[in-house]
Design a protein around this ligand. Sequence first.
Ligand SMILES: NC(=O)c1ccc[n+]([C@@H]2O[C@H](COP(=O)([O-])OP(=O)(O)OC[C@H]3O[C@@H](n4cnc5c(N)ncnc54)[C@H](O)[C@@H]3O)[C@@H](O)[C@H]2O)c1
Length: 338
Amino acid sequence: MSLNIGIIGLGFMGKMHFNTYANLKGAKVTAIADVDGRKRSGDWSSIGGNIGAAGHSQDLRGIHIYENAADLLKDQAVDVVDITLPTYLHARWAIRALKSGHHVICEKPMALKSSEAVAMIEAARATRRLLFIGQCIRFWPAYAKTRELVMSKKFGKVVSAVFTRLSSRPVWSWHGWLQDPRLSGGCALDLHIHDSDFVLYMLGQPRSVLSRAVKGAGGALDHVTTFYNYAPGTLIQAEGAWEYNAGFPFSMTFRIALEKASLVFDAQGLRLCPARGPVKPVAVEEGDGYFHELKHFLDCIRRNCASPVVPPESALRSVQLIEAEAKSARSGKVVRFK
Ligand SMILES: NC(=O)c1ccc[n+]([C@@H]2O[C@H](COP(=O)([O-])OP(=O)(O)OC[C@H]3O[C@@H](n4cnc5c(N)ncnc54)[C@H](O)[C@@H]3O)[C@@H](O)[C@H]2O)c1
C-alpha cells in the first residue's frame, strides 16, 4: 500500500524527512505546510543544520503546498502527517492531526513537557490512530547493532558506558527558536535526549540520576553531563553540549566496557575490542537512522500496529528522564525514580 505523506514544518528535519521519503518505496510526500513563503516556493537555501548538505532549490510541482497547517489536515489525500515543527508546537499539532483522523509521525523530543506528551498518547488512544516519535538513534545502525550485542549478553554485562553528543550553537533554526529554552528545552531536551533515550532503550530505567550543567542565556542547560545509576559497580554517563562556537564539528561517540570486550564508536565507525586479538570493525546496516526509522514507521502503519521499537510511552519516559536530569542539574542533588 502506498502512503501519502503530509509534512508540517519544512526546516532542517522537514527537509531531511522529505529527502528520506524520496528513497523509500511505497511512500510519497503529497503535501507540505510551512509558514515561510520562501520555503513554500522551493527556495530551501535558508535551511541549515549540524549534519547533512546545505539547503538548495527544490521542485515542488505536484505537491499540495499550504501556509496554514490546518489546511493540510483537511487535505483528503494525506494518509500520514509528519510533524517536523519546532518542539513547542509538537503536542498542539500532533493532537490536531490525530483528531483529524491521521496517523502521526512526530520528531523527537516528543514534546516540550511530559504533561503534553501524556496528552498526545491520550489523543492517539481516543482516536485509535497510530503515533510514532522519531527517536532516530534507536535506528542508527551502529547504535542498533550495539544494543543487539549488549542485549545478547555474548560479551557479558555492561561495566561502564560513556556517550557524547557535541555541537556548535544551533544558530540555524527558524527565528532562533532552538536557542530559547522556553521553546526548545535547551540542549538537554533537544540534543542530549538522543543519548538519554538510548541509555533507557538499552539499559532500562535507572534508579536515579545525577547531572551537572553549564547554563547559558535564559538559564538554558547548554552543556549537561549525567550519571545514570544502575547496578552498584557500573558507571553509565552521557554528555551533551552545544555551547561551542561556529565551526566546531558535530560529533556523536560512545565507548562501552563489557565484561569480555569493549565497543567503541566514533567517526571511524563501530569497533569491537575483544579480550584477545586485534580490534575488529563491526559491520552495520547501510543508511542512516532517519531512513530506518521512517521505513519502520511506515511498515507499522501498513500493518496497523504500534511500533515495538518506539512505543510512544517510551518516548514519554525519555522526556521524563530529561526533566529529572534538568531538576538534578538545577538543584545539584540526585533525583530518584519511584
Ligand atoms: N532527529 C534528529 O536528529 C533531529 C535533528 C534536528 C532537529 N530535530 C527536531 O526536529 C524538530 C524541528 O527542528 P528543525 O531543526 O527542523 O527546526 P527548523 O527551525 O529548521 O524548522 C522548523 C520549521 O517549522 C516552520 N514552522 C514554524 N511554525 C510553523 C507553523 N505554525 N506551521 C507551519 N510551519 C511552521 C518554520 O518555518 C521552519 O521551516 C524539533 O523538534 C527538533 O528537536 C530532530
